[in-house]
Design a protein around this ligand. Structure first.
Ligand code: SAM
Length: 259
């Protein structure tokens, strides 16, 4: 299995993808977590764990495969008795029991982080209450222009944000298939007439006819919390490098130990 090896600063850069982070915030703050045990699958930066707590979770089990990330998560949540950190490989190991499972594992190429294996492991353990669970995909490619800074200067000037950006010296623009920015323009190629080729329920095995035609690195996807994609996020977001996340993000950053 190919595992994307994230640094903590890369994980934090994902938070700046407002479309992604807001989709999780909308879901996790909507009441679905209230009184529940939430399992954060691939907890990474911990922002979903944080949002689940904000959404009223009784307990959150933050799982990640990386020992470095687990150490980091331990330190971020060390004073919160509701959080336990669990190092495990979601593809192969027993996944802790919970009421609600959240993941953000799709990655840039849909298959990059063993999503099929992780969902297969969940199926084998009878886990179905996992979100997001729908994806629509097509072949295509995405390139990007220059990172677009936030125009919300009040927000940008807040000291916590400045600290965050300074810490995040290897800032990378997340959720885009970019290789040689900054000179390219946005280029979002979809087949005419039928923009989305397949609608997938990620809990079901991905059909071979879909797998055979999707080439990692050339996939455009949108991931939905519902099958109407009313709450969703996509890898074709021209303004993803934007710090206007609607989450209580500043407070989360304050939890993180940057020293
Ligand atoms: C896209 S990133 C992080 C997403 C996280 N929700 C966030 O917002 O920061 C995916 C995370 O999943 C973890 N991961 C990838 N494959 C895994 C696996 N097989 N088992 C457990 N964790 C995994 C990675 O280490 C990484 O931290």
């Amino acid at each position: 299995m190919y595992l994307v090896d994230y640094t903590i600063s890369q994980l934090h850069s994902l938070i700046g993808d407002w479309a992604r982070t807001n989709a999780y915030a909308d879901f996790l703050l909507s009441g679905v977590c209230s009184g529940k045990t939430v399992v954060d699958c691939g907890a990474g930066s911990g922002v979903c764990t944080y949002l689940a707590l904000r959404g009223g979770a009784r307990r959150v089990i933050a799982c990640d495969i990386s020992s470095e990330i687990c150490d980091y998560l331990e330190s971020v949540f060390e004073h919160d008795y509701r959080v336990s950190v669990c190092q495990l490989d979601l593809c192969n190991e027993q996944i802790p029991e919970g009421d609600l499972y959240i993941h953000e594992l799709i990655g840039n190429a849909l298959y990059g982080e063993g999503i099929n294996e992780i969902f297969a492991n969940m199926r084998s353990q009878g886990i179905g209450n996992i979100y997001p669970r729908y994806a629509r995909v097509t072949n295509g490619y995405v390139t990007s222009g220059k990172p677009k800074p936030s125009d919300n200067m009040d927000y940008m000037l807040r000291s916590e944000v400045i600290d965050f950006i300074q810490y995040n010296e290897h800032y990378e623009w997340s959720n885009c298939l970019i290789h040689d920015w900054p000179d390219l323009d946005w280029n979002f190629a979809l087949p005419e007439n039928n923009p989305w080729l397949w609608l997938l329920d990620l809990r079901q095995p991905v059909p071979d006819r879909v797998k055979d035609q999707l080439h990692p690195g050339d996939v455009i996807w949108e991931v939905g919390f519902d099958n109407q994609f009313k709450n969703s996020y996509t890898n074709v977001n021209p303004e993803c490098n934007n710090w206007n996340t609607r989450t209580p993000y500043i407070e989360f950053i304050k939890c993180c130990n940057f020293n």
